[in-house]
Design a protein around this ligand. Structure first.
Ligand code: AMP
Ligand code: MG
Length: 345
């Protein structure tokens, strides 16, 4: 299959581009679409063959459920039932936006989508292209991240092409994603609500609506049944071994300089590391200011891909500081490091 790469305006998508993408979705094919978080691989949620194609194209295990994307709340009618009152408060506060909400699954919705669970994950993305496509298709779209399973999520159309060219029908290229890490996932079918994955909508923001909310701890096993398969460690791992450092800046810089003496490393560094790196002759990829979670989140997955391509023996990175989306970045780095960090003093 030849993958069609179509440029599209991120703010004002041309009707003819959306029509071309709708034709693919209606034919049961897969279209990678930009969202504000990462690129998603979209298929008609009500077409079982199309849903099966998603798992095949990504090499994704069928135990890993898909998020259903909608453009307006009337589309929930064929997706979820018994919608709790809290849902409407969350939707009013955070939709369209980077928040995925677990709801009781509609009995007619394929359990292939939900990996056999009785809950379904639903999101309304805040991206004009994604919204235009879902609306024009007139059906909810399942859309996991448009990467090969276990690769870092794609934040540009080029990342999607790198992983999936020849395996999917079309990629809509609207440039880099604004947020850069996947949506926050919250389960409101339990009391108190549980955050299954951290993202741009923070626990603090959710608690303003939900009151009590728990952040679910990550699991270490890669083969055990978990409530959220995305919680498994190693999910975001680059191929190159990654060392995650925690500690004061000076101690981190000292540790990296010492690592450089015995190993060919690449350093995903912050602005205040640049002088140290240059002096020691260490290869770097710049993530931005250490305390600027928004900027670091935008760079993270592109930086991991670039670091993998650089051919170093080891990637070294320290945690960013700060609140908000920085917490999601720390979570992804922890997983990329397979749940191991090195404390330096
Ligand atoms: P992706 O769209 O590739 O970022 O992955 C979607 C993630 O959403 C999965 O890996 C799960 O962690 C989560 N998810 C989707 N549906 C459910 C569900 N019904 N219950 C729990 N987690 C879910
Ligand atoms: Mg994914």
């Amino acid at each position: 299959m030849k993958t069609i790469l179509l440029p599209v305006s991120a703010t004002d998508p041309a009707a003819q581009t959306i029509v071309a993408a709708v034709a693919q979705i209606s034919a049961g094919q897969l279209v990678a679409m930009p969202t504000e978080t990462v690129y998603g691989l979209a298929a008609d949620a009500h077409n079982p063959e199309a849903v099966a194609r998603i798992f095949a194209a990504k090499g994704r295990p069928t135990t890993d459920p898909l998020i259903v994307h909608i453009a307006d709340q009337t589309q929930l009618a064929t997706v979820a039932i018994d919608i709790p009152a809290l849902f409407f408060l969350l939707a009013a506060a955070f939709w369209p936006g980077p928040l995925t909400i677990l709801l009781p699954r509609h009995p007619d919705l394929s359990t292939t989508i939900t990996a056999g669970f009785d809950t379904v994950a639903v999101r309304m993305p805040a991206h004009p292209v994604a919204l235009a496509l879902i609306r024009a298709c007139g059906t909810p779209l399942v859309a996991p991240s448009a990467n090969l399973f276990s690769h870092p999520s794609p934040t540009t159309a080029q990342h999607v092409m790198h992983d999936l060219t020849g395996r999917i029908a079309m990629v809509l290229d609207a440039g880099a994603c604004r947020i850069g890490v996947e949506s926050t996932i919250v389960d409101i079918t339990r009391t108190p609500a549980v955050i299954l994955r951290q993202g741009d909508v923070s626990a603090e923001q959710l608690s303003t609506v939900l009151g009590d909310v728990i952040v679910q701890q990550r699991t270490l096993a890669t083969n055990q049944a978990a409530p959220a398969p995305g919680m498994l460690l190693k999910h975001y791992a680059p191929r190159t071994p990654l060392t995650l450092l925690r500690g004061p800046v000076a101690a981190i810089q000292h540790a990296v300089v010492r690592m450089q003496q015995t190993e060919n490393i690449i350093w995903l560094c912050y602005a205040d590391d640049a002088v140290c790196a240059a002096r020691a002759g260490i290869a770097t990829i710049m993530l931005g200011a250490r305390d600027d979670g928004v900027q670091v989140a935008r760079q993270l997955f592109a930086a991991l891909r670039q670091a993998d391509a650089a051919g170093a023996a080891r990637i070294v990175v320290a945690e960013p500081t700060g609140a908000g989306v920085a917490a999601a970045v720390r979570d992804r780095l922890f997983r990329a490091a397979e749940g191991v960090f090195t404390q330096v003093e």
